[in-house]
Write a protein that binds this ligand. Structure first.
Ligand code: ADP
Ligand code: ADP
Length: 228
């Protein structure tokens, strides 16, 4: 599903953010990417979304070789991936329903399918009763659940979450991680970059640790780290 082959990224200021990263993620996996601030996690996510280019190496996602993707193809490529950020990024002037609906409309989905699919994903994240609310009327956890609904509404085969619980309290963080686990069990490959040590330690998923731009650990049913 995802393959990083000898990928390095050096920013124009000279910082080597990733160094010879090799990583293979199979279809259906749930993977945590962990590491301290500055380790290179966001760089890895940005490369995956083709927001930045690798200095060296190749990145393959599904049937796409990102090096060979043309500018014109990038928007279509990104629509095939579900993305969730720390700061939710909902449209403030649209309701919960409309935020999710909009993500489907831009793909040209038929309205009959939209009318069926939007309520389905909203109930999947437990927010059917908040469909008419605006983002500012929701808690942080609820906003993130809307973002999750929006990320999965087009049935992506890969869902990428960059610090999805970074702005949430511990209980709410757990709810979001459980939802990510549910989504994974329904067949979506899930990649979560996170600092949430306690959650990573108890979920026992695959853990890939990055330190200083290098993969320093890759364990099935892993933990955040051996220290502390
Ligand atoms: P993380 O997400 O793990 O905190 P990042 O991928 O954001 O790490 O950063 C990895 C390294 O690359 C850090 O040293 C950071 O300062 C540097 N870096 C990140 N983005 C840029 C950029 N746009 N220009 C220059 N250096 C950057
Ligand atoms: P059915 O009742 O027809 O078996 P479901 O209740 O599982 O279907 O799903 C209702 C709709 O949502 C269908 O269009 C289905 O394909 C779709 N769907 C199912 N699972 C997901 C998912 N994880 N993400 C997005 N859409 C889904």
């Amino acid at each position: 599903m995802v393959k990083f082959i000898n990928v390095s990224k050096r920013y124009p200021n000279g910082v080597l953010a990733l160094s010879s990263v090799n990583l293979t993620i199979e279809k259906g996996e749930f993977v945590f990417i962990v590491g301290s601030s500055g380790a290179g996690k966001s760089t890895l996510v940005k490369l995956l979304l083709k927001e930045i280019e690798p200095t060296e190496g190749e990145i393959i996602v599904g049937e796409y070789n990102l090096n060979k993707l043309s500018k014109r193809e990038i928007p279509y490529y990104r629509r095939k991936i579900g993305i969730v950020f720390q700061d939710f990024r909902l449209l403030p002037n649209k309701t919960v329903y409309e935020n999710v609906e909009f993500a489907m409309q831009i793909t040209g989905a038929p309205s009959k399918l939209i009318r069926r699919q939007v309520p389905f994903v909203l109930s999947l994240v437990g927010l059917a009763h908040k469909a008419k609310c605006y983002p500012h009327e929701l808690s942080g956890g609820e906003q993130q659940r809307v973002a999750l609904a929006r990320a999965i509404v087009n049935k992506p085969s890969l869902l990428v979450a960059d610090e999805p619980t970074g702005n949430l309290d511990p209980d709410t963080s757990w709810e979001i991680m459980r939802l990510l686990e549910d989504i994974n069990k329904r067949g979506t490959t899930v990649l979560v970059a996170t600092h949430a040590k306690e959650i990573v330690d108890s979920m026992r998923k695959r853990v890939v640790a990055i330190d200083n731009g290098r993969i320093v650990k890759d364990q099935p049913k892993g933990v955040y780290s051996y220290e502390t």
